[in-house]
Design a protein around this ligand. Structure first.
Ligand SMILES: [Zn+2]
Length: 166
């Protein structure tokens, strides 16, 4: 697919979503779970030290687990969750083989056999990563969660005067 086609596909996926207003990650995850009739669980774990990723999606028979790096900002966590949801929405396969050992350490409750089965699918391709990242960005934007760029000029001075500038 060309970049344009990827963009089109992701935009279509995101505009088909009925984002909760006011938007919150929790409300969005609840809504998506209901819509897919499949629970999505968000779990924060110290994942970054174990594998070379900030987030991880594992699909099991009972639902979808999203693991998120706990040692990062809330904003970044939200973005990671949306990125993993991007993979879910695109129905991408899960994870890469090199995470297998680390996962076993991270998730001792899951048997090595189970992990092998989970990881038997293909690695994410660059295109899949692009899609997931784009979906995360599009949802972030649609939800108005992006940090506004610092205002400059007259507007910035006004905001500073009104005390609404950080
Ligand atoms: Zn990804």
């Amino acid at each position: 697919m060309t970049t344009r086609q990827i963009r089109k596909k992701c935009q279509a996926l995101v505009s088909a979503l009925d984002l909760p207003r006011p938007f919150s990650i929790d409300a969005f995850v609840r809504q998506l779970s209901a819509r897919r009739s499949r629970p999505i669980w968000i779990r924060t774990v110290p994942i970054g030290a174990a594998i070379n990723a900030c987030g991880l999606w594992i699909a099991t028979e009972s639902g979808d687990d999203i693991y998120v790096e706990e040692k990062t900002t809330r904003f970044h966590q939200d973005h990671i969750i949306l990125h993993e949801i991007g993979h879910i929405l695109c129905d991408h396969g899960i994870t890469d083989q090199e995470t297998q050992g680390a996962l076993a350490t991270l998730l001792p409750s899951i048997s090595p056999e189970m992990i092998s089965r989970l990881l038997a699918r293909s690695n994410y391709t660059t295109e899949q990563e692009q899609e997931a990242e784009l979906i995360a960005t599009l949802i972030h934007t649609a939800a108005g969660m992006l940090t506004p760029s610092p205002s400059t000029g007259v507007r910035g001075e006004l905001e500073a005067a009104l005390g609404i500038r950080e």
